[in-house]
Design a protein around this ligand. Structure first.
Ligand SMILES: [Fe+2]
Length: 443
């Protein structure tokens, strides 16, 4: 085991509840050094301890208060002091607009990403599957996967194009962000807001998972309507970091994703030098096992919107740019009900991934680290084995607790990248899972 992993693990193990600030969308505040955070104002004539005050805005200044996101950072050096950025190779990262292939109405399914070359860090191991929208218009989203086996060493990333929802599937991550440290292990998700700089270290020999890059409005908790004041993902279960700064004076590469391309500049210090901060534009970690699952206790299978963890609203009420949905352990008790997800065609487009175990609509072929894409109006649902089993099952109360699947559901069709459309790990013959669904009706 490399000493880097050992150190990252020790650091992560040291992150107790006291290392976090709890709540989603509320005003968090934290100082790594007592007195570093100004009181009563954001930008005093001289910020405390000789720090520089800087505002980081994730929404326009004038967006409604309920959606507004900004943080004030008190840092050793202002972000403005940096050398010029120059273009670097985009690696396997692609961005909207996605034009390498045409949108495909076929149902597609992939196996996990292959093993990366030795020394692949999280950023180098980022591989874009597809997406929609336009980064320059701040609309749409991208689906990426990552597979890494090395820490980002003296390398920091920030994404101007969108926020990043990171879904570890194998191996834990230590996210060293401008606002502090977050550990995210399989079963947890991490949200890095637009523009927040961060470095990824590994808590295990390798790390593999999924990323939803949301170009649109920041994710928020969905409204609960008749569910009431509690339920689904509860705000208090989101963990924001507390301030932790690096006072490092040596070359550090800062990579910025900007309108689809990667740009790089070598700073003479670490930009993770925020000593205190307060605000609403903050990273989070959320444990999906805390999701309060709401479902039917009479009959029928509710629409999967009931499983929404986070939603990025569009300008049309009720229509999300992208929803993050989890299929968490739950009881099924519906009477006279076909209990797995029903057959459907949907105007929204669905990318599904699996964090562990199995998914209750697919008996096989949908594996952890893999994923499926069911684009706008493509017909899908349970496979033959699942249909036969569920149609004949005795309807006793049943606990579904052998898997953790999720979905990025988006308003526009996803277009695959060329590398995804031609990948060796794209499964051939996915359509076959719906073969053999026999006719039972006789006219
Ligand atoms: Fe679906």
């Amino acid at each position: 085991m490399s000493s880097g992993i050992e150190q990252a693990r020790k650091t992560a193990e040291g992150l107790t509840d006291g290392s976090y600030s709890f709540g989603f969308g509320n005003e968090h505040s934290s100082e790594a050094v007592p007195g570093a955070l100004p009181q009563g104002r954001n930008s005093p004539q001289r910020a405390p301890l000789g720090l520089y005050a800087e505002q980081l805005s994730g929404t326009a200044f004038t967006e409604p208060r309920a959606h507004n996101r900004r943080s004030w950072l008190y840092r050793i050096r202002p972000s403005a002091a940096h050398p010029p950025f120059t273009r670097i190779d985009n690696g396997a990262v692609r961005s909207a607009p996605f034009t390498e292939t045409v949108p495909d109405p076929n149902r597609l399914r992939w196996n996990p990403l292959p093993e990366p070359a030795p020394g692949t860090d999280w950023l180098a191991g980022l591989w874009t599957l597809g997406g929609n929208g336009d980064t320059t218009q701040r609309t749409g989203m991208a689906v990426h996967l990552y597979h890494a086996n090395a820490p980002m060493a003296d390398r920091v990333f920030s994404d101007s194009d969108g926020e990043l929802l990171i879904v570890p599937e194998h191996g834990g991550l230590l996210l060293c962000t401008e606002l502090g440290l977050l550990a995210a292990r399989p079963g947890e998700v991490a949200l890095i807001p637009r523009g927040v700089r961060f470095r990824v270290e590994l808590l295990d020999e390798s790390g593999r998972g999924y990323v939803c890059e949301n170009y649109g409005r920041p994710f928020e908790l969905p409204d609960l309507g008749p569910i009431g004041a509690n339920g689904l993902a509860n705000a208090r279960d989101f963990r924001a970091p507390t301030a932790a700064y690096e006072d490092v004076e040596r070359p550090v590469e800062v990579v910025n994703k900007f309108c689809g391309n990667l740009w790089s500049a070598v700073y003479d210090h670490s930009p993770l030098d925020v000593v205190a901060w307060h605000g609403t534009h903050v990273p989070y970690v959320y444990d999906l096992r805390r999701f309060n699952v709401i479902g039917s206790i009479s009959y029928d299978h509710p629409d999967p919107s009931i499983f929404t963890v986070l939603t990025s609203p569009s300008d049309t009420p009720g229509l999300a740019g992208v929803d993050f949905v989890v299929f968490a352990p739950r009881w099924l008790v519906g009477e006279d009900t076909f209990r797995p997800p029903y057959f459907h065609r949907n105007v929204m487009s669905e990318y599904m991934g699996l964090i562990e175990g199995a998914y209750d609509a697919k008996a096989e072929g949908f594996v952890p680290g893999g994923g499926s894409l069911h684009n706008m109006m493509s017909a899908h649902g349970p496979d033959r084995d699942t249909f036969d089993r569920a149609s004949a099952a005795e309807l006793k109360p049943q606990k579904i607790d052998d898997g953790l699947a999720f979905m990025f559901e988006t308003r526009w069709p996803l277009t695959a990248t060329r590398q995804a459309a031609t990948a060796h790990h794209l499964q051939q013959g996915y359509d076959d899972v719906w073969q053999g669904l026999e006719r039972h009706f006789r006219s």
